[in-house]
Design a binder for this molecule. Sequence first.
Ligand code: MN
Length: 749
Amino acid sequence: MSSPSGPTTTKALAAVPRVDEATERGEILRRYRGLLRSVKGQRSAEDTRLIRKAFNIAVEAHKDQRRKSGEPYIYHPIAVARICAEEIGLGTTSVVAALLHDTVEDTDITLDDVKDLFGPTVTTIIDGLTKISGLQFGTDSIQAENFRKVLLTLAQDVRVILVKLADRLHNMRTLDHQPRDKQLKIASETLYLYAPLAHRLGLYNIKSELEDHALRFKEPETYAEISQKLKKGEAVRKRFISRFILPIKQALDREEFTYEVKGRPKSVHSIYNKMLKKHVTFEEVYDVFAIRVIIDTKQELEKADCWKVYSIVTDFYQPNPDRLRDWISLPKANGYESLHTTVMSPGGRWVEVQIRSRRMDEIAEMGLAAHYKYKDDSENASALDAWLNQIRDVLEDTSSNAVDFVNDFKLNLFSDEITVFTPKGEMRNLPVGSTALDFAFHIHSQVGRQCIGAKVNHKLVALSHTLRSGDQIEVITSKKQQPKEDWLGFVKTAKAKHRIKQALRDQKKKLAVVGREAMQRQLRKWGAKVDATNINALIERYGSRSAMDLYYQIARGKHVLEDITDATVRNGRLQLPKLKRPIDERTLEEVVAEIRGATPGALLIGDDLQKIDYQLSSCCNPIAGDDVFGFITLSEGIKIHRVNCPNAVQLMSNFAYSIVKARWKGKETVEFLAGITFSGIDDVGLVNKITNIISHEHNVNMRSISFESHDGIFEGKVMAYVHDTDHLRSLIEKLKRVRGVRSVERVDR
Ligand code: MN
């Protein structure tokens, strides 16, 4: 029997040429010993005994099977086990499970046998693996359903997925021997499902290799072309990199760092992807070289040392201020930590420099899952657990169809993330574009359902407010609140979408019952029969989409049957003349007047303004204490500008009727985003000093920071949260006192 998990399985292939049995046995043993060597850490005598036992059972069970290539089948489980140990860093349990992974499905061995021989943990993993591969991938919806099951197994033991990924990787490496149609099917599945999963689990190397193999089969010509170009450029690239890193190495030596510098070749698939997405040529993608500086340092010094290296790198090369990424302060949800910057080389070529510690590098390459299993690092374990919980939540709801589910889920799988904080300072990761309401649902479904608004960085915002990294969010709830249809228009996360749809369905069903009863009463009152014909007459009258819709609108009071004055009834038959639709069209002026009516006199801006939808405009970033005015917009409520905003003159002269007076009320705990630029003489450690002042000494939240330096002069810009103008002024004064800093100024954006 062949299966999707063991696509290269085939029994008793007659065409296989007879190889010398002794040679083959020798080769099997050689591979087995290679596997044993690859099991890292301290392998106890008990570990060795278990692995040998699993190996012996697998050899015996698969003894009559061969792969499509003609090789003994046992090569495959040995290779999978070795990937688990060597490339994912898993331990004995996973190695044992990997050795046995195809036995229950393809041989006479049963799950009970495995349980007797190896206990419950190994059995759970093999059971999960067998279930995944027992499923047939076919139409979209079946594929989606399988995807869901794959993720469900994740919830039991994450090692199921890790071993499965190792299995898939080996199958991709040996896919050449399969017929073309199978190659395509397996390659597509890999791109659709396994590569994103590997990515989500932080298995960078495995993800890239899976993608490269998939591309090799899906688009052989493109693959060949790109990899050929890569090979051609290799020598040039190496020469360039070694020249580029020379001064950095010398400086690192002077500072007595223990480090490793690597040039990182890009994967074929990632180049292909960029070419497609950004419509650029190979050369344009390839032009961006990447190097990685890995330092050996104590965990408590990691962050400071990485920034020191950053400072050294930017001493020699000018960084692109838009490309500084600090994933050390805010790691990605899959555990990735690193400091990235892109700098300009003397030849005019951009080079991405990744700076990280040995520990961070290990997580980046092998994945958080493996790392935490291996190192028993409880902090990382909780990040993974949080992710698993999130998946479990969505999975447990079976009301949506599988295709919807996958689309929602894939959205989350692929999108980038932002990191936000609860009022207590707990970190939460959400997809980019998430709103305050997404956050509420992320906290708890109940909190989401009852959410009426939120305070983001202490400022009141609407449910639909889009969150940004670093935001601190306090959800405001009311017991009277119920999920609304339009919420679906702005939530981003699968969980929120899901819960809202569910609540709406429930609400609608409940209301429909009430509405139906009301309709029945009115029909009887008119002396009309309660039957389909009469109900249809009402449906037509209101233009409802369905009977359900009609009942619902009646219950909501949108259709009031009692108000129908032109109804006639003959022989129980309801007659209703056609109705003209009422049109709701207010003029612009009426809307403006309405908004203005809500704010007599000057608009008070402060955190107790529960009713007024206002925003601080991003063109001048007003903060408390600034001289401000409000500008009424139709789509975004009232926008607050500084009176000296560059746009103010134009706004005031052309749209005077939309201007409202505004002033600040109190300054309590409100925080505002303000921009500060500074320049001065470049100095090692200056970045550190400035960030320290801003984030520690002044207890200010930094949103972003960028530095640029050339010819010994640096320029920098910081966006930070401050309480008011006094707060900002004292911060500026402090920064001015830093040695090397020449000027510090507030900027509008
Ligand atoms: Mn397999």
